[in-house]
Ligand binder design. Structure first.
Ligand SMILES: Cc1cc2nc3c(=O)[nH]c(=O)nc-3n(C[C@H](O)[C@H](O)[C@H](O)COP(=O)(O)O)c2cc1C
Length: 357
């Protein structure tokens, strides 16, 4: 029976353990969304993860949803990320890049006045977006025309190519947390008519076009997909999340993906339901679970065969040597939310390892 400390084969890639680092936006790139040496240091500190999934990264220009999140559409960004991939590889780690389009979560003040785009003109409510001018309400997005969608698919494929140039081991497509691809998937945000709206087959059309295009760049075995069918973050809701994940997990068998990465819960605990069991039942490939797992629960899920690996977000954010701490039964540093998105090394690269604490 495998444990969290067993190796895991993802296609031709061997991960040294099943303790993965979940993608975490930290807003430490520069104003042009270029990653620098501080980000390389942060990721290299966490190279003992079986796989690092680096933070949501703008696949295309003009779709910033955070302030100073990284991109992968310019030569400077590719060169910037190269510092991270080199540092992680030198430390013996593996790293995928999460490629992303923010859709309606973007804001004109972050994008030279450009309106955000989305499947339907429905705004995120009940929360604000951080902009250079302070917190602002989200705006009503512009509805994408069907003939604009091939450009989005090409943008993801180009980002995947750039990630290869930057030295990543693969990419994770961000289909979770209420960003563009998820906005198409769920019927609360997708009110379209036509080939990209209505039935599940239509709402998932853009996602599968992206999966297909990115798989052509990397080969499916170096492409992961992240989904969060019951997360209400970013005003997301669906009338049948279990039906949605069951259907998607089944259809994903048509692609030889590295993994399906599933968030099991809701940040705001407004929506509930077991998405993991139907996903495991339908999906024949590697399944990664995430969200609120302790070491014990994660290990049990892996030994019982319910999951192949577990991604840890906040535990890895605050504990660069998380696998070693798990092994030693050590105590954990606690994350400092006030520093999640603040500039500089504080609350970023200064969490101590066991030896230094
Ligand atoms: C500061 C912060 C940034 C995050 N950024 C991302 C992101 O860029 N992409 C993503 O898919 N999820 C993101 N998430 C969600 C995490 O990957 C993860 O799903 C969440 O923290 C729950 O897992 P955990 O209980 O192990 O922390 C973020 C979460 C936090 C706290």
């Amino acid at each position: 029976m495998p444990s969290l400390f067993s190796s895991l084969q993802l296609g031709d890639l061997t991960l040294s353990n099943r303790i993965l680092m979940a993608p975490l936006t930290r807003c430490r790139a520069d104003a042009n969304h270029v990653p620098g040496p501080l980000m390389a240091e942060y990721y290299a500190q966490r190279a003992s993860a079986g796989l690092i999934i680096a933070e949501a990264t703008m696949a295309m220009k003009g779709n910033s949803a955070f302030w100073r999140e990284p991109g992968i559409y310019s030569d400077e960004q590719v060169a910037g990320w190269r510092q991270t991939t080199d540092a992680v590889h030198a430390a013996g780690g593996r790293i995928f890049l999460q490629i992303w389009h923010g859709g309606r979560a973007c804001h004109p003040l972050l994008n030279d006045g450009d309106q955000p785009v989305a499947p339907s003109p429905v705004a995120i409510t009940g929360d604000d977006v951080h902009t250079p001018e302070g917190k602002k309400p989200y705006v009503v997005p512009q509805e994408l025309r069907d003939d604009e969608l091939p450009g989005i698919v090409v943008g993801f494929a180009k980002a995947a190519e750039n990630a290869k140039q930057a030295g990543f081991d693969g990419v994770e497509i961000h289909g979770a947390n209420g960003y563009l691809l998820d906005q198409f998937l769920r019927d609360g945000s997708n009110r379209r008519q036509g080939p990209y709206g209505g039935a599940l087959e239509n709402r998932s059309r853009l996602l599968f076009e992206v999966v297909n295009a990115v798989s052509e760049v990397w080969g499916g075995h170096r492409v992961g997909l992240r989904l969060s069918p019951i997360n209400s973050y970013n005003s997301m809701i669906d009338s049948d999340p279990i039906g949605l994940i069951s259907w998607l997990a089944n259809r994903l068998n048509n692609f030889d993906l590295a993994y399906l990465h599933l968030m099991r819960g809701d940040f705001f605990q407004q929506q509930s339901g077991d998405v993991m069991t139907p996903a495991r039942a339908q999906y024949k490939g590697t399944l990664i679970g995430n969200m609120g797992y302790s070491q014990e629960e994660a290990n049990q899920a892996v030994t019982e065969g319910k999951l192949d690996a577990v991604a840890f977000g906040m535990p890895f954010l605050a504990n660069p040597d998380l696998p070693a701490r798990f092994k030693a039964g050590a105590t954990f540093n606690q994350p400092d939310p006030a520093k999640f998105y603040s500039p500089g090394p504080e609350g970023y690269t200064d969490y101590p390892t066991m030896v230094s604490s």
